[in-house]
Design a protein around this ligand. Structure first.
Ligand SMILES: *Cc1c(COP(=O)(O)O)cnc(C)c1O
Length: 371
């Protein structure tokens, strides 16, 4: 798609929220933000129309949006999103982690879902505009692991019931202060091995961050919850034998012989930026990174034989979370995670957090300053 490549970089016209949340209420929220529950005072919006490209970039008060009941997104799920975070560093400055990678992934998702690409600079500028306006919502450095979660998204707003690529598309960014998604610190999560539902299929949309993927993963999540599990892990849809990923997180295995193994990107797995970063960190932990297919039998056997020392999940929202027990219909594999996750899980997690929060040197050039 070339329709956006001629767009000059544009700025977002600011109209400040006349009724922002009071300082006292905001501080109370930041003290206990949970995840995804409270939104900041502002949001970014922009419109794309066929012929005109991207225009009408605005930063306005956070509030409800109005769309036609015939809008394509409501019928055909033409929607994609991203997730990244803003972190306050000890000197008060505010940074984000690898935003160009999110911008590129948004564009890959856009191509798959017949939505227009957004120039990388415009994506980063939209993040910067929102975080600048809502900088008071980025938790302070005394907050440990807290951050401001940023949710860019794009959807087809064309009021037309015929099935065709939308001729009008909206882009928006909202923000929500966040504590790590799983509360209770580093408590290992129990996983349900979902054998009845697949998250993604060959040639499908598994590698795109599109809304429908998450709706379809909920059935597995519910099944897991009925078996006392926190999350579900999905298998490849062709053979039902290889591990793909969780509903919203990638999976890693640490082996006894020093390998850091994650399922290879076959087109059904979402290419996580945390996943990519962990692969790049492996060497610093004297681990050999390995992307390959991992059979669920290898997981079961590896836990039993001691060849697999640790299993963990990763993603922007949860950072790195130890995986404990694996359950399936009629059986289970015990946890190797101990009380708070294995040594590698905790080490990688701390390293990522320290770079993101400005407590360790950013030797990979991952951080971008926003404010
Ligand atoms: C977003 C997401 C991830 C994690 O990606 P990050 O870039 O690390 O946040 C993993 N799996 C799925 C299905 C996702 O939607």
């Amino acid at each position: 798609m070339t329709q956006t490549s001629t767009n000059a970089p544009f700025t977002f016209e600011v109209t400040a929220n006349p009724n922002p949340v009071s300082d006292a209420d905001r501080e109370a929220i930041l003290a206990n933000p949970a995840f995804g529950k409270f939104m900041t005072d502002h949001m970014v919006t922009a419109t794309w129309t066929r012929g005109e490209g991207w225009h009408s970039g605005e930063l306005t008060a956070y509030g409800n949006i109005s769309i036609s009941p015939a809008a394509a997104v409501l019928h055909y799920a033409q929607e994609i999103f991203e997730g990244l975070k803003a972190y306050r560093h000890p000197d008060g400055s505010i940074w984000t982690f690898r935003p160009e990678a999110n911008a590129e992934r948004l564009n890959n998702s856009a191509v798959r879902m017949a939505l227009p690409e957004l120039p990388v600079e415009t994506f980063v500028e939209s993040i910067r505009a929102l975080v600048t306006a809502d900088q008071g919502w980025v938790p302070g450095t005394d907050a440990g692991e807290k951050s401001l979660y940023l949710r860019p998204f794009m959807y087809a707003s064309d009021a037309f019931l015929g099935l065709r690529p939308s001729s009008e598309v909206k882009y928006s960014v909202i923000a929500s202060p966040a504590a790590p998604i799983f509360t209770g610190g580093l408590k290992p999560v129990t996983l349900w091995l979902c054998e009845n539902f697949a998250r993604a299929g060959s040639g499908g949309t598994g590698a795109a961050k599109c809304g429908g993927n998450y709706a379809s993963a909920l059935a597995g999540q519910i099944e897991g919850a009925e078996h006392g599990c926190d999350q579900a892990v999905f298998l490849d849809s062709s053979t039902h034998t290889y591990i793909d990923e969780l509903g919203g997180m990638n999976v890693f295995f640490v082996t006894k012989d020093g390998r850091l193994v994650t399922p290879e990107l076959t087109g059904t797995i979402l290419p996580g930026i945390t996943r990519m970063s962990i692969l790049e960190l492996a060497k610093e932990f004297d681990l050999q990174p390995e992307e390959r297919r991992v059979a669920v039998q290898e997981w079961k056997d590896g836990v039993a034989s001691g060849d697999i020392l640790e299993v963990f999940a990763c993603g922007t929202a949860a950072i790195i979370t130890p995986i404990g027990e694996l359950r399936w219909e009629g059986g289970s594999a015990p946890s190797t995670a101990g009380e708070g996750g294995g040594e590698v899980t905790r080490g990688l997690r701390q390293r990522l957090l320290d770079v993101q929060h400005g407590r360790a040197e950013d030797t990979h050039g991952w951080m971008t300053r926003l404010v």
